[in-house]
Design a protein around this ligand. Structure first.
Ligand code: NDP
Ligand code: HSE
Length: 437
């Protein structure tokens, strides 16, 4: 069984190491030895340390490598949309099975890959693309295929989980926690994809597509990052017995006509400390799946890093290699449900709103009136002196309001109107609340 490896960076180099150290076991499990036919990289001359591989295998011609007759399986760990899409479509159409960790491509244009796999009669496996080492996509795609999944809630980005966990544990601000994540090698030099939620949104699209048998792309996902989460937000969460996590939430729903829909969103949210995802610290990932018959399931582990991700890649390599030896390939994409994606405004959620208001008679009534006008029910109200200073008439006051569940559009309109009131000095923060807090 001969592999073309595209990419030999953080993940690819660990794939090479595992192929080397586990060679005998992998051969026994597959029923044939696995050999690297070639490794496509950008810079052939790059110093790759003590990588256990023949330097003559490196090439800068990925297409040439893919097209070779002696290549059975293509492993892509380069990333990005193009040229990766063209390479993988070429491989799949030629009947070569593909294993990829490329979440950005799968979320942007997974359909092109699935169509090419169906056309070529080849396998397309991508376990490593979501939540690194955690076996998650195979359970969704195979083990839970007899069940009906209603909701998937996850922490699927390690960098942001590290930052939020540090803010929670030490009281650090976002910038300070990001610096620590960068120093420890969690955050990349350009952390935009992680902290602005793009990485989590791509993973959310992949999860929703598999869980609900429909096509969801990154563009369908409502996305907000964690750059606006403040020390005060974290303190407020703590005061409520909560913490703040960047969540990906994919849920079934129904539209006004009773048609089935799906909503997919990524944003920071308060969750109660009793929620299973609250204790997921450091750079770990976890995904909570709610299915009709199976009930609640939780998947937990390392969502990033060379070796953990390579473990998922190798698991896929074994599966596709075994399929090829058996002259078979796995069932193609299941997207029969064709659900429409619900706009974020219709998503049902709760808000935690911190206001700095003028402290005088009638203010609470005016604020409550705004909520009532938008049909948003208030669950709790907490008032204290502004900035924690001594309370007294004529000074400002902090008002913390938590709502019951309402459509996101109604909540957003409420906040919009509050911002326009002259008794409201400022809307200090708005955070969604999830998980029964
Ligand atoms: P790296 O940037 O570390 O490695 C990328 C590799 O691709 C390098 O070997 C590079 O060559 C090669 N490459 C880049 N452009 C080209 C090109 N045009 N032609 C040929 N080779 C090219 O990326 P990672 O290993 O971190 O990530 C790889 C994939 O895995 C991405 O899709 C990522 O999203 C995904 N992933 C990564 C995780 C992680 O923790 N790192 C976790 C889960 C998924 P050279 O070595 O010469 O620079
Ligand atoms: N940047 C990603 C993270 C890598 O922090 O989780 C894994 O996809």
């Amino acid at each position: 069984m001969r592999l073309a490896l595209l990419g030999c960076g953080t993940v690819g180099s660990e794939v090479v190491r595992l192929l080397h150290t586990q060679a005998a076991d992998l051969a026994a499990r597959i029923g044939a030895p696995l050999e690297i036919a070639g490794i496509a990289v950008r810079r052939v001359g790059r110093d790759r340390g003590d990588l256990p591989v023949d330097p003559a295998l490196f090439t800068t011609d990925p297409l040439g490598l893919i097209k070779r007759d002696d290549v059975d399986v293509v492993v892509e760990v380069v990333g990005g949309i193009e040229p990766a899409r063209s390479w993988l479509v070429e491989a799949l159409r030629a009947g070569k099975s593909v294993v990829t960790a490329n979440k950005a491509l799968l979320a942007e244009d997974g359909a092109a890959l699935h169509d090419a796999a169906a056309e070529g009669g080849a396998d397309l496996y991508y376990e490593a693309s979501v939540a690194g080492a955690i076996p998650l996509l195979r359970p969704l795609r195979e083990s839970l295929h007899g069940d009906r999944i209603n909701r998937v809630t996850g922490i699927v980005n390690g960098t942001t989980n590290f930052i939020l966990s540090a803010m929670d544990a030490t009281g650090a601000g976002f910038a300070e926690a990001l610096d620590e994540a960068t120093e420890l090698g969690y955050a990349e030099a350009d952390p935009t994809a992680d902290v602005e939620g793009f990485d989590a949104a791509a993973k959310a699209a992949i999860l929703a597509s598999l869980a609900f048998h429909t096509r969801v792309t990154a563009a369908d996902v409502h996305r907000e990052g964690i750059t606006e989460v403040t020390v005060a937000d974290m303190a407020s969460a703590k005061a409520m017995g909560c913490t703040i996590k960047l969540l990906c939430i994919a849920a079934r729903g129904t539209d006004a006509a009773g048609g089935e829909t799906v909503s997919v969103r990524v944003h920071p949210a308060m969750i109660p400390l009793t929620h299973p995802l609250a204790s997921v610290g450091d750079a770990f990932n976890a995904v909570f799946v709610e299915a009709e018959a199976a009930g609640q399931l939780m998947f937990y582990g390392r969502g990033a890093g060379g070796a953990p991700t390579a473990s998922a890649v190798l698991g896929d390599v074994v599966a596709v290699a075994r399929n090829r030896l058996a002259g078979a390939y796995a069932a193609s994409e299941s997207a029969y449900a064709d659900l429409s994606v619900r706009p974020m405004g219709e998503a049902l959620t709760r808000y935690h709103i911190s206001l700095d208001v003028v402290d005088r008679p009638g203010v609470l009534q005016a604020v409550a009136g705004v909520f009532a006008r938008h049909d948003v029910s208030i669950a709790t109200v907490r008032q204290g002196p502004a900035g924690g200073g001594p309370a007294g008439r004529g000074e400002d006051a902090d008002l913390v309001i938590v709502t019951h569940v309402a459509p996101d559009a109604a909540l957003a309109a409420t906040v919009g109107e509050l911002r326009g009131l002259d008794i409201v000095r400022s809307v200090a923060s708005v955070l969604r609340v999830e998980g029964g807090a």
